[in-house]
Write a protein that binds this ligand. Sequence first.
Ligand code: 5GP
Ligand code: MN
Length: 314
Amino acid sequence: MNEEIAKALERAHRVLIITHIDPDGDAIGSLLGLGLALEKMGKKVTMACENPVPRRFLYLPGSDRVVPYPMGSFEIVVALDASDLRRLGKAYSPELYGELPLINIDHHVTNPGFGTLNWVDPEAAATAQIVLELVEGMGAPLEPDVATCLLNGIVTDTRGFRTVNTTPQTLEAALKLQRAGANLVEVMENVFDRRPLGVLRLWAHILSQAQLEDRIIWAEKPRSLLEKFGLNDEGNYGLTNFMVGVEEADVAVIFSEKPGGEIDVSMRSVPGVDVSKVAAKLGGGGHPQAAGCRLKGTFQEVREKVLKELRKAL
Ligand code: 5GP
Ligand code: MN
């Protein structure tokens, strides 16, 4: 438990909580879980993320409350699941909020500790696992809606308790959340078993174009595919994870075109290969088996740069 962070939040009345761009289930689960818990303590809470909540997480309580550009007067800012300050995107305005204390709660091994106060625990399987400890430490009530959001974070970041960082502590946290009223089956179904048809069509397209060289399987996702398959830009629904399951590969990479001439690089690796170091070297971050970065350039330029670094790491 980080007492200093718990105390700082207990003292504050108006809290701004921000999670990272292109949010995943841990980002949204941690954001809503902490936000709702602080509200139950009587605080005024604003929850922010530059990009909309992906549709598979819209079932979560409070998902309609997330705003892209928070306005108002706050006493403290909390960053959740963000491996560096840039990952907060435009939801964090240094001009407006740079003077306020910034609490950094995260579990990425590459996190540089950019906050005024930092709680970075790379042993935690999910940021939601740390948030649970914080909520308990502050003596906030652990009600079913909070528990569901936090379980959503743990389940998604561990891919259903399958990643190497799933420890007894992770399972204990999940058990606690289930006992508090989170519906494990509902979480699993929403995050893993339901997806729009367009996502299947997108997968089929990407997989048919995937290339394998030097035990690296990679594919490109131009923005035109979003319109073609009627999709929003809300992630790949776990396709990079699926690709790293290919027996002939140790690393999987999806290059996704983003607005503003940037390419997002999503990487996965088998245990024993550390993609977080490669991501950090390229200005990004992540976990040993799941990491990423954003680079300017064309697909070809970015691909050559990334594959070169990955070959060195293999
Ligand atoms: P994903 O591939 O699921 O988008 O992200 C993999 C992991 O790397 C996540 O934990 C994510 O937070 C972290 N990460 C840090 N910086 C970046 C980035 O610039 N792009 C991506 N894709 N992931 C990043
Ligand atoms: Mn996470």
